[in-house]
Design a binder for this molecule. Structure first.
Ligand code: C2O
Ligand code: CU
Ligand code: CU
Length: 506
């Protein structure tokens, strides 16, 4: 079935230009999938504080967690139930709070009807624990679909992942990474925060406790009965492709969820807050700002990016956040009157998806926090000695209707780069279209992003968003572990449709 469909598409694509010049199939854009359920009015439901997972035990210096991955019904829209796939039955998954130098062990028990794979995004993780897309945890009850790949490490029912936490404090996240099906699985709920703390950050006088809040922003669509709507090709998610051909450019929802709640509101005091913002959407980018923008002209003071603290605070009027990116920002609500409201909006879109959430400033309060003028330690890239430059081109193939890297679709059996352990390389990446490019294992430095330094690139990054036709050069040190990892586009539909490649640290 899969073969015949693909062949048909290939011949269709070949024949089209001959049959109808001027009707050449175009690059598939991300498309809006409208909800069929009535959408709630914004700013009615309070923001949820995400529950922090409690370790089931501590063995030596390791914190052990044990999650059952299962289906449950969630209340997301008023009066309707949404069946979700959740780590420990919740979406977003439980927040894991980790400390630098203290490893975490995470046991997952798969009670879903499909295989799962877990990846700690942004983590420097040994290869066998990184969640290589074919390292499946099969369902406890067996599985009647595609589940075997060459060199895969398959587990039955459950397995343990070890995360070393040997890297600077950062806002990381964990999510599903199943070969060919990541987009559909994450859409159903398989994503959670992983906050890695370290001593450097803890001694800073930043807002903390109730005034430090993680915000997972993602878009979704809903069926009339309240279930998540997604353009599935195989409704049982057993045989690839998961997504219908017409949505291979990416699926956009019309409901914005923050921590799993549509357009929530949050009461804040007129003081500084720290927000760790994650874009967990499959394909949607946001341009976030406050409305109104405070008189000083900027909405946020950015203090961190994907891999931890920036070298110095960066005031930002707006922030552009692509899928999988994280922004650690301070908002100073003392710039607003007590009793007033401020919206977090998305100026990259209009209508329902142009709004994110609302802050209601309740009262003045004491604020002991400050933003230090020096934050993280970021080495000077000019002092590094890169040994190689590699080029990777991210593009769409009209012929095979796949997303490709250097002209090739993902193949777990092919090695695309073999950097040496502890070496530094420059990767020059180039894009035909919008692609948020992500590397596993490493945090890199951005040398140039569209020909100049990007406004959000002064710190550690693991995901870099390329605009159509844009290129970037990144500096990567391959340290930590030898072994096989992937890099890919983090538009999850592009990723599933083959925009992924391998590197092996040797
Ligand atoms: Cu967040 Cu390989 O991904
Ligand atoms: Cu990753
Ligand atoms: Cu892409």
């Amino acid at each position: 079935m899969k073969g015949s469909r693909r062949d048909w598409l290939k011949y269709g694509a070949l024949a089209a230009p001959l049959a109808a010049v001027g009707c050449i199939p175009r690059r598939p854009e991300a498309r809006l999938l409208p909800s069929l359920a009535p959408l709630p009015a914004p700013f009615e439901t309070p923001l949820r504080r995400l529950p922090v997972a409690r370790p089931i035990g501590t063995e030596g210096a390791t914190d052990a967690y044990d999650f059952i991955v299962r289906t449950t019904d969630a209340r997301i829209l008023p009066g309707l139930m949404t069946p979700i796939w959740g780590y420990d039955g919740i979406f977003p998954g439980p927040t894991i709070e980790a400390r630098r130098g203290r490893p975490v062990s995470l046991r997952l028990r798969n009670q879903l009807p499909v295989p799962i794979v877990n990846h700690l995004h942004g983590g420097r993780t040994p290869p066998e624990h990184d969640g290589y897309p074919t390292d499946l945890i099969l369902p406890a009850g067996g599985f009647a679909g595609h589940d075997h790949y060459p060199q895969a490490r398959i587990s039955a029912g459950e397995r343990e992942y070890i995360y070393s936490n040997d890297q600077p404090g950062a806002t990381l996240w964990y999510h599903d990474h199943r070969m060919d099906f990541t987009a559909a699985s994450v859409w159903r709920g398989l994503a959670g925060f992983y906050i890695l703390r370290d001593a450097n950050e803890e001694q800073m006088p930043l807002p903390r406790g109730d005034r430090e809040i993680a915000l997972m922003i993602c878009d979704r669509s809903f069926e009339a009965n309240g279930s998540f709507r997604y353009p599935l090709h195989d409704p049982l998610l057993r045989e690839p492709p998961a997504t219908t051909d017409s949505y291979m450019g990416g699926v956009l929802g019309d409901v914005i969820l923050v921590n799993g709640t549509p357009w929530p509101r949050l009461e804040v005091n007129a003081v500084r807050y720290r927000f760790r913002i994650l874009n967990a959407s499959n394909a949607r980018r946001y341009e976030l700002t406050l409305d109104p923008i405070p008189r000083g002209g900027y909405s946020f003071v950015q203090i961190g990016s994907d891999g931890g603290m920036l070298p110095a605070p960066a005031p930002q009027r707006t922030i552009r956040i692509a899928p999988a990116e994280r922004f650690d920002v301070i908002v100073d609500f003392s710039q607003f009157q007590a009793g007033s409201s401020v919206r977090l909006i998305n100026t990259a879109a209009s209508g329902s998806v142009g709004q994110i959430m609302r802050f209601d400033v309740t009262k003045n309060s004491r604020d002991d926090s400050t933003i230090p003028s020096r934050l993280g330690d970021i080495p000077n890239p000019a002092a590094e000695r890169p040994v190689t430059t590699r080029e990777f081109d991210f593009s769409f193939s009209r012929l095979s209707r796949e997303w490709l890297i250097n002209g090739k679709p993902f193949d777990p059996a092919r090695m695309d780069a073999r950097p040496k352990l502890n070496s530094v390389e420059i990767w020059r990446i180039q894009s035909d279209f919008s692609h948020p490019v992500h590397l596993h294992l490493v945090q890199f430095q951005v040398l140039e992003h569209g020909g100049r330094p990007g406004p959000f690139d002064s710190g550690w990054k693991d995901t870099i968003d390329l605009a159509p036709g844009e290129g970037a050069s990144i500096l990567i040190r391959f340290d930590g572990y030898r072994g096989r990892y992937v890099f890919h586009c983090h538009n999850l539909e592009h990723e599933d449709m083959r925009m992924m490649a391998n590197f092996e640290v040797i």
